[in-house]
Design a protein around this ligand. Sequence first.
Ligand code: ACO
Length: 324
Amino acid sequence: MIRRAVITGTGHYLPERVVENSWFEDKLDTSDEWIRTRTGIERRHFAAEGETTSDLGIRAARAALDKAGLQPDDLDGIVLATSTPDFTFPAAATMVQAGLGMTRGFAFDVQAVCAGFVFAMANADAMIRSGQVDRVLVIGAETFSRIMDWTDRTTCVLFGDGAGAVILEAQEGKGDNSDRGILACDLHSDGKYRDLLYVDGGVSTTGTAGQLRMQGNLVFRHAVEKLAKTAHAALDKAGLTPGEVDWLVPHQANLRIISATAQKMGLPMEKVVLTVADHGNTSAASIPLALSVADGEGRFKPGDVLVTEAIGGGLSWGSAVLRW
Ligand code: ACO
């Protein structure tokens, strides 16, 4: 018998303010039609003034705890993926911990931009499998609206705010791929691609938070090439084939990237969870948001094989395979 990290609860929170594509039309040289056809995005949520990343994370976390039937002090730790924390320090995860009223365990942030949730889940999975902890709350929470250049039509129409959370709990498995829980992860970074996607400020450079800069078409090419490859690598590690995949739960950056990846994996779009139209790109929050939305709709059945994949600034990218 071996230990596996099994998802026992999901939750999410989206800020109340919904912004349709048409909102940008009188501010920038853009159109609803361009945004829809080039990205698949129709609307996104933006946090209210004063509403922080940890505020979103706390609400998503409460929903996931409720779903799992747990109290905050049942958790051994919190791992929160974000590139838009409330403060330089302390970690947003510690603010979620305090906000939940959790009086024990650890809390730390993981920063791998849009791939952050996959990296955070891989960390929590390793801690659970090694026996260090039994229950971890893994959150992706972002307020990308705070780092947009509102004069740059090539970036500001793409992103949204939100948070998603999952509870990972240790369960005993047989050690083969019929087990429930995370079966394999595959993580990569290549820092030489920094200039393709970055924020032009920071603590030790400008002393400011900065704004997002992206060479979208180059990132697009890397995404199409790397996402199917990392998904295949994670499936190989799990001893599974794309034909055995029930659901692809991709990072929701662009419908064209998602479709190209599904096509490369030989998966029909009916097996792909899509939230990009309603959420836009919420960076590290997008996968847990999609997991929670689809779980809430009862789409995953026990025993289903799920594949998640994401790429973002770094570049950093990765994939995780799990059995529901
Ligand atoms: N409205 C109208 N026209 C626009 C807009 C807009 N909002 N944005 C760009 N354009 C124009 C460009 O200026 C360009 O015009 P030109 O031909 O006159 O120069 C034209 O549209 C085509 O631009 P491209 O950048 O080549 O368009 P593309 O089809 O590549 O779509 C997009 C751009 C949507 C950004 C796409 O490249 C993409 O999705 N890239 C990947 C994004 C991503 O996945 N990022 C990783 C995650 S994010 C993270 O980690 C933080």
